[in-house]
Structure formats: C-alpha cells, structure tokens
Ligand binder design. Structure first.
Ligand code: GDP
Ligand code: MG
Length: 170
C-alpha cells in the first residue's frame, strides 16, 4: 500500500513532532512515487503496517503553514483546497482538550471526498484519562471523520494505531 498523506493543523499542535515520530528512522531518501509540485514532501515512511508493506509520503500544503491563516484570502483558500484534493488522506492535528476557532478554520479547508483523520495529540498532557472519550465525542460532531485517533507524538503513544487508521484509508 502506498499513499500521500497531508498533515495540517494550526501552529504548535505538534505537526513537526508527529512527523518526526512517524518517519523517524524509517525516512527514506528516494521514492519512486511521482510527486506533484503542489506539495512539499516532509518525509517518507516505509514499513509494514498490519503485516503489509506500506509507504506513506507526508506532505505539506503550500500556503498552509502560515501564522496568519485567518487572513488567508479566497485565492489562497482555493489553492489549498486544490492541493489537498490531490492527497489520499488528510491528518487534521489538534491538541487534547482544545478545539479552537483556528482548528476549525483549518478543518474547513479540507475538500469533500478526501478522508480526514482527526489526530488528537499531546495525550500525555491529559491528567484525567476520563476526559478522552467526551473530547472525542465533541470532535466527532465537527465533521464526518474517517477516524479519530488520540496520540502522543512526544511520548510515541498510539502511533501504530494512527498508522493503521491511515493504511485503512489508502
Ligand atoms: P507544529 O507547529 O504543529 O509543527 O508543532 P511542533 O511539532 O513544533 O510542536 C509544538 C510544541 O508542542 C513543541 O514544544 C513540542 O515539543 C510540543 N509537543 C508536540 N507533540 C507533543 C506531545 O505529544 N506531547 C507534549 N507534551 N508536547 C508535544
Ligand atoms: Mg511545525
């Protein structure tokens, strides 16, 4: 299995940390997969997921990594929409127990028809584990997600669960 995975989310939710944790030592420098110029490749993960050889190509979407996402004009939004329409899976990254306007603005840019996985990061910061389920419930009301996966990028918690969820939607 092979697919292109976009990682999106407001600044500081842990996108880079998550990418590093997922790609880690599995980073491969060369890939036979043709790349579109619409995306910046952040890393490539090649390993077995659920006993199947699997490759994820993680990409950034131009115009997306801005501190001023609220000021994105219509043209830029359209460009992001076009670029995101080109990927197999979108990882929409948020922080545990936080659902902000900025998060929802990013989510709103996801085109219809591409599976979006909500990644709830920084699970290690949650003292009361009883809060995970109600928060997942709250998140699930925001869109028709392909999956909602709590992780800790920093503590490398549930990364296998996330890889499986991505692989299921390639
Ligand atoms: P980005 O702006 O979305 O790329 O976020 P970064 O990956 O740069 O992370 C922002 C901050 O959150 C950094 O200080 C990270 O160390 C921290 N961080 C990222 N993932 C986790 C996590 O799972 N748990 C905790 N406690 N901190 C995290
Ligand atoms: Mg970053």
């Amino acid at each position: 299995k092979c697919g292109v995975v976009a990682v999106i989310g407001r600044p500081n939710v842990g996108k880079s940390t998550l990418m590093n944790a997922l790609v880690g030592e599995h980073l491969s420098i060369t890939s036979s997969k043709p790349q579109t110029t619409r995306h910046r490749v952040l890393g490539v993960m090649t390993e077995e997921v659920s006993a199947l050889p699997t490759q994820f190509i993680f990409v950034d979407t131009p115009g997306f990594q801005t501190k001023h996402s609220s000021a994105l004009n219509k043209t830029m939004n359209r460009a992001v929409l076009t670029a995101l329409g080109d990927v197999n899976v979108i990882l929409w990254v948020i922080e545990q127990d936080k659902l902000t306007d900025a998060d929802l603005k990013v989510l709103a840019l996801c085109p219809k028809g591409v599976p979006v996985i909500a990644v709830i990061n920084k699970l290690d910061q949650l003292d009361n584990k009883n809060l995970v389920l109600p928060f997942i419930e709250k998140v699930s009301g925001q869109a028709n997600f392909a999956a909602i996966v709590p992780v800790s990028a920093q503590s490398k918690k549930n990364l296998d669960g996330l890889k499986q969820a991505v692989a299921e939607h390639l």
